[in-house]
Design a protein around this ligand. Structure first.
Ligand code: M6R
Length: 608
C-alpha cells in the first residue's frame, strides 16, 4: 500500500518528507519520490527500489531546498514499478504535483477523455489522470478544481497536492483510503498513517470521506466536497512508534485480518459494472471462454486451498471440469495439457518458485495461462498470458489472510463469468450472486466484531497437541486453510480431512478432549456432517462447529457453535474462514508465538 507524506512550514521540507516516508516503509513499496517547491518551481526526484536510493540521490534532501512538498512510496498497481510510474505525477506544465494512494476505477475512461482534449500521458498509472484533470479544471481556485475532480473520479483515493501558483498551501483529499493531517511546532503535515507524523505531533485530524484539508504553515482548514467549510476536532495519539506502524494493532496479521472487508471490496468493485461482471484483464471473449474444455488451477499453500475451493465453485456453477494441483507436483508430473485448456496460477507474491515453474511448464506446452496475483509486476504477473490482480495491498504477516480472501473473490468472479458465457446460470442467478458478493464485506466486519468470543474459546486450547479440521465440499477446502493457519503460526499439529474420510483411518487419532473443528456451511451436506460430528463426539472429541445462521440443529451434536451469516453456498469460505483465522491467531498469541514471523517460514518462497 502506498505511503503519502506532505509538509509545509518553517523547516526544509525534503528531510521531513524522507523521514516520514521511512516511517511508512513497513507498508511495502517498490519506488519513491518527492516534490518540493523551491520558491520558483516545483522540483521532483524519483527513484525505483528502496527509499535509501532516493535519500542518496538527494543527499538526504539537501539538494532539494524548499519549505513545502509532498512525498510518496508507491506499491505498484497500475503499471509496473519504474521511475516513470513512481509518484509524484504532474500536469504538462509541471505546475501541479499529485501523490495518490488508492485506485481510480474509471481512469481509462478519464484518460481517453483527457487525451481527446489534447492531454498527453507519460506514465501508465491511474494517478496521472488526477494531475491532468486538476489542470483541466484549474481556473485559479484549487478548492473548486479539487471538488470538480472529486465529482469525476470513481474509486478510492488519498491525495496530496501541490499547486505552484499557491505556494503557501498544500492540499489533502480522501475517499476510502486513509489520510491524516496534523500541526507540528513549525509546520503542518499530511500522512497516510500516524507513524509518519508522530515525531512532530501527537494531535492529528482524521480526514473523513470526501473531505479536503488545506494546510498552511500556521493552520489547517477543512472543506466538504461542495467546497463548504467543515469543523473538526483533533484526536490525541498515544501509541508508541512500534504500535503505530501496525495501526494500533498488536500484529500485522490482526491488522490484515481487519483489512479484509476493504480487500474484498477493492477486488470486487472494479469488476462489477452495470449489474454484470467485467474482467477486462481476462482478455477472452465469451466465445473463447466457451471453447475452454478444462481448467487447471495450480498453486502452493493457502493459494492452493483457494484452488480447492475453486474446483467446487467452477464445477458447480459453470459445469466445467477443474483439476487442482500443488505447483511442486504439477511441475514434475508431466501433466496432460491440451490446447483448449486453461492453466490458472494463483499466487500472492507472484514469485513462488514452484508456481512460477509450473506456469513456465504450462507455457512451454502452448496452453493459455492466467495468473491471479497480488504483487504487480512480479514474475508470475509478467510471464502469464493474462493477469488478474487481487487488490489486497502489501501483506506483511507471513500467514496470509487478506490476500487469501482477495484470491477467493477473484475466483468467484471468474466462475460467474465462465458460468455466464457457458450458459449454465440464469441472469436472475447472476444478480443473486452479485447481491451476495456485495454483502460479504459487511458480513466479514460483523464476524471480526465477534473476536472476543473466539479469543475466549482459543485461550482454552493453547496447550492443545493435535487439532483436526473436517468438512465436506467447499467446507473441506475451508478446513484445509483453517488447519494451515493454526499450524503455521501456533506450531500445534493439525490436519484437515474430508469429513467422510474420517472412518477410513483418522478417527483412530481421536482421544478424550481432542479438538475437532467441523465446518458445515453446505446445507445439502448438513446431515452428513452432523453424523460425522456424532461419531467424533462419541469417541471423546470436543467439537467446535462453524455453520450458517439458523442451522441450530447442529447444537445437539457439537459442543460449541460459531454461526456465520447467510450467503450463497459457493461463497461461504469467505465468511467461515474469519473465525478460523481469529482462532489460530489467538491460540498463537496465547502461546507467545512470533505471530507475524513464524519460525522456519518465509513470506515469499522463492526456492523450491
Ligand atoms: O505468494 P504465494 O501466494 O505464491 O505463496 C504461497 C504460499 O507460500 C503461501 O500461501 C503460504 O502457504 C502462506 N504462508 C500461508 O499462510
Amino acid at each position: 500500500m502506498c505511503g503519502i507524506v506532505g509538509y509545509i512550514g518553517e523547516s526544509q521540507a525534503a528531510p521531513i518528507l524522507l523521514d516520514g516516508l521511512a516511517k511508512l516503509e513497513y507498508r511495502g513499496y517498490d519506488s519513491a519520490g518527492i516534490a518540493v517547491y523551491d520558491g520558483e518551481d516545483i522540483r521532483v526526484q524519483k527513484a525505483g527500489g528502496r527509499l535509501k536510493v532516493l535519500s542518496e540521490l538527494t543527499h538526504d534532501g539537501a539538494t532539494m531546498p524548499g519549505q513545502s512538498g509532498i512525498g510518496h512510496t508507491r506499491w505498484a498497481t497500475h503499471g509496473a514499478p519504474s521511475d516513470t510510474n513512481a509518484h509524484p505525477h504532474f500536469n504538462a506544465a509541471g505546475t501541479i504535483a499529485v501523490v495518490h494512494n488508492g485506485i481510480i476505477e474509471n481512469y481509462l475512461k478519464l484518460r481517453n477523455y483527457l487525451k481527446g482534449k489534447g492531454y498527453a500521458f507519460v506514465s501508465e498509472t491511474d494517478t496521472e489522470v488526477v494531475a491532468h484533470l486538476l489542470d483541466y479544471y484549474d481556473k485559479g481556485d484549487p478548492i473548486e478544481a479539487i471538488t470538480k475532480v472529486m465529482h469525476r473520479v470513481e474509486g478510492s483515493y488519498a491525495l496530496g497536492i501541490l499547486f505552484k501558483e499557491h505556494p503557501g498551501e498544500i492540499y489533502a483529499v480522501r475517499k476510502d483510503s486513509p489520510l491524516i493531517v496534523g500541526h507540528g511546532k513549525d509546520g503542518s503535515l499530511i500522512a497516510s498513517d500516524v507513524p509518519a507524523v508522530l515525531r512532530y505531533t501527537r494531535n492529528v485530524y482524521f480526514i473523513q470521506n470526501e473531505e479536503i484539508a488545506v494546510l498552511t504553515k500556521g493552520e489547517i482548514a477543512f472543506y466538504n466536497v461542495y467546497g463548504e467549510p467543515v469543523e473538526k476536532e483533533p484526536t490525541a495519539i498515544d501509541w508508541d512508534i512500534n504500535a503505530a506502524e501496525k495501526g494500533g494493532y498488536e500484529h500485522f496479521m490482526l491488522k490484515e485480518m481487519y483489512e479484509q472487508p476493504k480487500t474484498v471490496r477493492d477486488t470486487l468493485s472494479p469488476r462489477v459494472k452495470d449489474g454484470g461482471i467485467v474482467i477486462e484483464e481476462l482478455g477472452m471473449t465469451d466465445e473463447e471462454i466457451r471453447a475452454i474444455r478444462k481448467i487447471h488451477i495450480v498453486a502452493c499453500g493457502s493459494a492452493y486451498h483457494v484452488g480447492v475451493t475453486g474446483k467446487y465453485v467452477f464445477e458447480g456453477m459453470a459445469r466445467i471440469p477443474v483439476e487442482v494441483d500443488l505447483a511442486s507436483e504439477f511441475r514434475y508430473r508431466d501433466p496432460i495439457l491440451e490446447q483448449d485448456e486453461l492453466v490458472v496460477v494463483i499466487s500472492q507474491s507472484g514469485e513462488t518458485a514452484d508456481s512460477l515453474a509450473a506456469l513456465r511448464e504450462a507455457k512451454k506446452r502452448g496452453v493459455r495461462t492466467l495468473g491471479i496475483v497480488n504483487v504487480v509486476g512480479s514474475s508470475i504477473a509478467r510471464e502469464a498470458d493474462q493477469v488478474m490482480y487481487t487488490w489486497a495491498g502489501p501483506e506483511i504477516a507471513v500467514a496470509t489472510t487478506k490476500a487469501y480472501s482477495a484470491q477467493l473473490i477473484a475466483e468467484y468472479l471468474l466462475s460467474i463469468k465462465f458460468a455466464q458465457a457457458r450458459g449454465t446460470v440464469t441472469e436472475k442467478e447472476v444478480a443473486a450472486y452479485l447481491k451476495d458478493l456485495k454483502r460479504l464485506p459487511e458480513q466479514i466486519e460483523m464476524l471480526l466484531g465477534n473476536k472476543e468470543r473466539i479469543q475466549h474459546f482459543a485461550n482454552r486450547y493453547i496447550a492443545a497437541k493435535d487439532v483436526f479440521f473436517v468438512g465436506r465440499g467447499v467446507d473441506y477446502a475451508i478446513s484445509m486453510e483453517g488447519s494451515l493457519k493454526l499450524k503455521e503460526i501456533s506450531y500445534i499439529h493439525s490436519e484437515a480431512y474430508a469429513a467422510g474420510e474420517l472412518k477410513h483411518g483418522t478417527i483412530s487419532l481421536i482421544e478424550e478432549g481432542t479438538l475437532v473443528a467441523a465446518v458445515a456451511t453446505q446445507e445439502e451436506l448438513y446431515k452428513k456432517t452432523i453424523s460425522n460430528i456424532v461419531e467424533l463426539s462419541s469417541r471423546g472429541a470436543f467439537v467446535l462447529a462453524v455453520t450458517n445462521d439458523g442451522n441450530t440443529e447442529i447444537e445437539k451434536a457439537a459442543d460449541y457453535v460459531i454461526y456465520i451469516p447467510q450467503t450463497n453456498r459457493y461463497f461461504t469460505n469467505s465468511l467461515a474462514i474469519i473465525p478460523l483465522q481469529l482462532f489460530s491467531y489467538y491460540v498463537a498469541v496465547g502461546k507467545g508465538c512470533d505471530v507475524d514471523k513464524p519460525r522456519n517460514l518465509a513470506k515469499s518462497v522463492t526456492v523450491e
